[in-house]
Design a protein around this ligand. Structure first.
Ligand code: ATP
Ligand code: MG
Length: 351
């Protein structure tokens, strides 16, 4: 059956990198129908809102949504609902994408660009599964309160329910089955109640339904340390919204470049996933043909794997990106002089 892909090029380098995604799609010749909509600042300028109701409806009706990047200085000081990032949060919420997949893979040809020594990162292949729609970023009560005697108090609530924990743990276990079967669950169960519940529920789900998964638990501070000490010990890391935010950024630096890292956000099985490169809109290089399109193209590979169920085509895209880099075509962020277009061409050639 024809799969529907909605492209949201967005702002800054977003349209440049999604342009290369289109070229890869054309070269692959899969049964995919592609639509496009304005998003972020581009949508604010044209439609008055960062994401229109119509775009949200089209996203929900698609099989997958691929976003380029949102934001930029032009919209930075606007009220919240006129900011590009508000569109992304609204879309994530509407799509209920609670499992954020962030691979940290080190391309052998680029291992010297890592923050660590080559021996420590060569062959590195970690998959983060970060809870994306709960925890301390969303928990209520929250706010800044006036206290008597002129003090003020900032308040956030770190909370998880069993069903929120179980659904993201399930996503991690299902994913790990297609990898090494090893999952490390990360929290602070020694000092946080939500962390203690997290550890218990993850272990319970493993014991009830996933006997073949090799599950370990680690405290988040130790995980931060282990990631720079011996990162190759990890395969799949399952963690909450807060720790996942930080630890996946830490791991990104082990792989060398922002321009190479894709991500996926998945909801209930069968519902559309939201895919995007982890980099931002890069206003400093936008419109100059300098952006590395690899992260966006690798995000397409994730969409093809997780939303279209085509492992073979996903692997083809990933190998083509790796081959292009190994063949020496590199944009400036990974130490070369190739343009966005030339990088795209090299990847299409390798396909
Ligand atoms: P955001 O707040 O939107 O996440 P950010 O402040 O984290 O943005 P990015 O937009 O990701 O920043 O850019 C950080 C730096 O990395 C910039 O110097 C940018 O030029 C560079 N960069 C980001 N993405 C790419 C890419 N695809 N190719 C080359 N350089 C990139
Ligand atoms: Mg950023």
């Amino acid at each position: 059956m024809t799969k529907q892909l909605l492209l949201l090029p967005g702002d800054g380098i977003g349209p440049e990198v999604t342009g290369q995604v289109r070229r890869v799609l054309d070269a692959l010749d899969l049964d995919i129908e592609t639509g496009e909509a304005l998003f972020g600042g581009a949508a604010i300028d044209a439609e008055g809102v960062p994401v229109s109701d119509e775009t949200v409806a089209r996203a929900l009706a698609a099989d997958a949504v691929l976003m380029g990047a949102v934001g930029g200085p032009k919209w930075a000081n606007q009220p919240y609902d006129k900011r590009p990032e508000a569109g992304l949060l609204r879309l994530r919420e509407a799509m209920n994408v609670y499992a954020n997949l962030r691979p940290a893979r080190c391309f052998s040809a680029l291992a010297d660009a890592s923050s660590l020594k080559r021996e420590l990162v060569e062959g590195l292949d970690i998959m983060f599964v970060r809870e994306l729609v709960g925890g301390v970023y969303f928990g209520k009560p929250r706010g800044i309160e006036e206290l008597p005697d002129g003090e003020r108090r900032g308040l956030n609530t770190h909370q998880y329910t069993t069903s929120e924990i179980r659904r993201v743990a399930r996503a991690a276990f299902d994913l790990a089955k297609g990898r090494s079967g090893r999952v490390c669950s990360v929290e602070k169960s020694n000092v946080m109640e939500a962390g203690l519940l997290w550890r218990e529920e993850v272990q319970r789900l493993r014991d009830q339904e996933y006997p073949d998964i090799e599950l370990s638990h680690m405290l988040a501070d130790n995980c931060a340390m282990q990631l720079v000490k011996n990162p190759k010990q990890f395969d799949t890391i399952l963690t909450d919204n807060l720790f996942g935010d930080m630890l996946s950024d830490e791991a990104a630096m082990l792989t060398g470049s922002l321009g190479l890292l894709p991500s996926a956000a998945l909801g209930e099985p069968g519902k559309p996933g939201l895919y995007e490169p982890i980099h931002g809109s890069a206003p400093d290089i936008a419109g100059q043909g300098l952006a590395n399109p690899a992260a966006a193209i690798l995000s397409l590979a994730m969409a093809v794997r997780h939303s279209f169920g085509d492992e073979r085509a996903a692997g083809r895209i990933e190998r083509a990106v790796e081959a292009a880099i190994e063949g020496g075509t590199r944009t400036r962020d990974i130490g070369g002089e190739a343009t966005t277009e030339q990088m795209g061409s090299a990847i299409v050639q390798s396909l």
